[in-house]
Design a protein around this ligand. Sequence first.
Ligand SMILES: [Ca+2]
Ligand SMILES: [Ca+2]
Length: 238
Amino acid sequence: MRIALALALAVLPAPLAAKEIVAADYVEPTDAYGHGALPGGEYAGLELRYADGSRNILRFEAAVFEDTAPRLHDFDGDGKPEVVAVLSGFETGAMVMIFGHDGEAARPLGQTAAIGQRHRWLAIAGIADFDGDGVDEIAYVDRPHLARTLRLVRVVLQDGQASFTQAASAPGLSNHRYGAEMIEGGVRDCPGAAPVIVTADAGWREIVATRLEAGRLVSTSAAPYDGPDSFAPVMACR
Ligand SMILES: [Ca+2]
Ligand SMILES: [Ca+2]
């Protein structure tokens, strides 16, 4: 049995080397989805650019990218980044999706469950290892204008597949005002300190710092909210 398996593997073609992603951008702005929560923030395509100078564009049927910018992050520690984007299905609303290059093509490696309803969005705050266990989490606000729930999702990337499990969640937080062009706040990741998610409270009166402690999200008020610029001192490393 073992010998047969070895022979079968021997005749497979050698895998092509995965292309190294060096940049990503949303392209082809569209109003096909017509949500408008993020002005100018709905796109038909995600362009990936590679170290060898080549590029390609990924598109989906009945879905658009709805986000400010894709993020490069290395989830499996091989030194090469994957790409994190927000895709909104016309019927299902937003989901977090991770992309990589498998040697033959760029493709989705996995995605979170969609929110489940058209024109329901999520805004990513940042990506870090919030509890220091060596597995990275993505922090995002689920429906920043409605549910206003911060979610931390653990991402395991193995054998080219990304799997997602919710690590923690906390209500009463937001990082996007309906109709604003930017996601506000983010993740403060300073040397020698656990990463902190920085958002507003649900009513946009305060800036709130949230940490993962013993598996729970713990929030503290950091400063009054007084416009997008008021996040800067809270985001800075001290
Ligand atoms: Ca990687
Ligand atoms: Ca972690």
